[in-house]
Design a protein around this ligand. Sequence first.
Ligand SMILES: [Zn+2]
Length: 68
Amino acid sequence: MPIFEFECKDCSNKFEELIKGQKKIYCPQCNSNNLKKLISASGKISDESKCNWDDPSLPNKQEFQRKR
Ligand SMILES: [Zn+2]
């Protein structure tokens, strides 16, 4: 299930919420729904962790980083 991070625009509280369907999200601190959605903390997977750098069919790590 996707977990999203929110920041409350009223009190600057940051919190994470599990999103199920069209559920309305409220700030747990001040109960406002004036929220900004931030990038999910748990859904972040870096490119590097998905790559197997020992695979000889792939370009080496330095080369890969230079191309980006
Ligand atoms: Zn708040």
